[in-house]
Design a protein around this ligand. Structure first.
Ligand code: DX5
Ligand code: ZN
Length: 229
């Protein structure tokens, strides 16, 4: 899917390029060309213990692929960099409630930049923290691992958090994307979708030893189970 529109299928896949081979970034993006979004994990070594990459990699990814660039900012005070990431090619920008004193302002700034605004929170943060901006966002991301690293194990309690936010969005009549990120695999993808998620991020489950196309296919097959009923 290109940057023109938000995806419309019931459950979208957003492979995280964090797990790709950066020496072959262009090819790795080509390999996920059939996915809905590219998920771009930016880490600053302060908000999370790890440093991933920043603006130059996003801009290279933007040049290499027409996919919707779904940028997950794991950085302190993200409002300092929203415009820079928008200029570098982000289509959507997701900010953590824990990373800013002004989550409402950050969401407004993303919208003023003409980008899709997302809000997220760590697994240990009470869900209520997203409520004040729920009606203003295009995406809510439930983190199902502690942010910072790919390849971690899905936290099972996340399913209940997805169900709760699904209910809140439905009560609001919101069409916001409900995204889940961390430890998503073919073994749990169907359960995550059944809990109400509409977009699944997957890093290590996509960029595995047999390549991203095979990884994507396995996730799609897992999601298809039970769809006919
Ligand atoms: C974790 C990142 C995730 C990560 C997911 O901090 O936000 O997007 O890349 O990787 P997997 O799917 O391997 O858990
Ligand atoms: Zn992420």
């Amino acid at each position: 899917m290109t940057a023109d529109a938000l995806p419309s299928r019931s459950v979208q896949l957003a492979p995280s390029i964090l797990s790709c081979d950066f020496a072959r970034l262009g090819e790795e993006l080509q390999a996920i060309g059939s996915a809905d979004w590219a998920h771009v994990d930016v880490m600053d070594g302060a908000f999370v213990p790890n440093i991933s990459f920043g603006l130059p990699i996003l801009s290279a990814a933007r040049r290499a692929s027409p996919l919707f660039m779904d940028v997950h900012l794991m950085i302190e005070s993200p409002e300092r960099y929203l415009k820079a990431f928008a200029d570098a090619g982000a289509d959507g920008l997701t900010v953590h409630v824990e990373s800013t004193k002004h989550i409402h302002r950050a969401v407004q700034q993303i919208r003023e930049l003409g980008k899709k605004a997302g809000v997220t929170l760590n697994p240990g943060t009470p869900l209520d923290a997203v409520k004040p901006v729920l009606a203003d966002v295009d995406l809510v991301l439930i983190m199902s691992v502690n942010p910072g690293f790919g390849g971690q194990k899905f936290i099972p309690e996340s399913l209940e958090r997805v169900r709760t936010v699904r209910r809140w969005l439905d009560e609001l009549g919101s069409a916001a994307v409900l995204q889940v990120d961390g430890g998503v695999t073919p073994a749990n993808a169907r359960a995550v979708a059944d809990a109400g998620a509409t977009c699944l991020v997957a890093g290590s489950a996509v960029y595995g030893p047999d390549g991203a196309q095979a990884g994507l296919r396995r996730l799609r097959e897992a999601l298809a189970v039970g769809e006919e009923t």
